[in-house]
Write a new protein. Sequence first.
Lengths: 57, 479
Amino acid sequence: MGAGVFHILVGIAYRGIEAPPDPVPHALVLTGIVVAVSATALALAFGKRLDQDADPE
Amino acid sequence: MIDTLPLSVALPLLGAVAVTVSPAHARGSGLLAAVLTAANALAVTAAVWTDGVLRADLGGWGVPLGIALEADGLSAAFLAMANLVALAVSVYAGGYLKQESARHFWPLWLLLWSALNGLFLAADLFNLYVTLELLGLSAAALGALTGTREAVSANLRYLLVGLLGSMSYLLGVALVYAAYGVLDIGLVAEAIESGPVAWTAMTLMIGGLILKAALFPMHFWLPPAHANAPAPVSAALSALVVKAAFYLALRLWLDVFAPVLNEAAANLLGILGAAAVLWGSWRALRAERLKLLAAYSTVAQMGYLFIAFPLLAATPPGLARDNLLAAVVLLALTHGFAKAGFFLAAGMVQKTAGHDRIDDLGGAAQALPAATFAIGLAGVALIGLPPSGTFLAKWMMLEQAIILGLWWWLVVMMIGTLLAAAYIFRVLSRAFNREPTPYRFVNDARIELPALLLGLIATFGLGIAAQPLWVLLEQGAFG
């Protein structure tokens, strides 16, 4: 879902073959990716914790 | 005075850095940052009060490229409430948390606070997305601080639901940008016109937000996440974080999507709100634990806020609509204070008694007079008895519903109020059981005062002195 939304945003930046692409959506995607990565890291940390709790020594 | 706007985001952020760098002094520097932030936010509110809408373009970049912060009456009202509650929560946390968990609490808490202030002040759709994500991230991490299995799995679910909500919101933002090429709220509002793009964007954005605001039937993540967090965190999550999503939905509704609204969408939100009121109140009545009760009560109270959307849509612009809007904001603010007070008091009960099972609360009134009194005060505001702000707000909503002939909302609100009275009195009746008590007599001003003060503000402050809110909202929110 995240990747799809980012692709749409990159697609929006297209302004024709001649014109340079619009930089604003690229900045948005970059920010979005940073946020998504940190969220994934947190989710993985939670998942690891749950896994550790699941099988006691 | 223009500098106070970026400061309300920067101060807690700096505080978060400070407590991370020297965890040994986390409590001291955390509290200092909390006091400074709250004072600054009140200065912003006062400035909006006297000078009208404030705007700051960061780094000197103007519209449409720069990052702008803007405070109008609506933001200022929410900002003041959030910062007062957050200050109380900070003071409480200073006394409540043990050294070990305090070290992790302060950085995350100040980050959350920073994101919250940013969200209330941000003036463009994408920055709202960033603050929304920051808020969700820090809230999920804070909620899992207890480290128990229930807390971690509940917050993993919360995090994933929050991500889904923000992605849906971001897709809406992408559509808006593709169609109109601007992101600033004011510019989008000027450019927007009714059509399939605007409808889709609105559905995606509001849909993502109601997922985060835990509107029925998307409330499933809230009760476990809020009930298993440490008490100061539950208070902040329930009183502030879901309120932020609601604030954003209200802002989009009023400012951005005003031309494309129709009654069907408003009625759908209202029906979901009504279902939330009934279901949340019922589950609160059946809850076995005090914090679970408070969490389900949050689901119900969020429902009331969404019932306002069909009423707002059906009311023609003018004095009646302004009053209705102010009533909704008043309801949201009162609930923020009351629910925070309730959770803080519940935390005291849990800490002293070692549990928060409602059936075993006998004697709590003798052992914990301040906590029980705070629960009672917050209860008055949650039920909506006079003189609380909720009473005033519900009264105005009911009056408007009668004038519009929409009597079914009236029935829902009445039933919800009755159920709220039932679940609050269930707690109080158990607490006042006269039993020999094994509890210590607890008297710790640092954790008692915040809960009491929040309850007092909710019950008396916002009820008797609600007039200033109208003055504040005239700054850009009425129209």
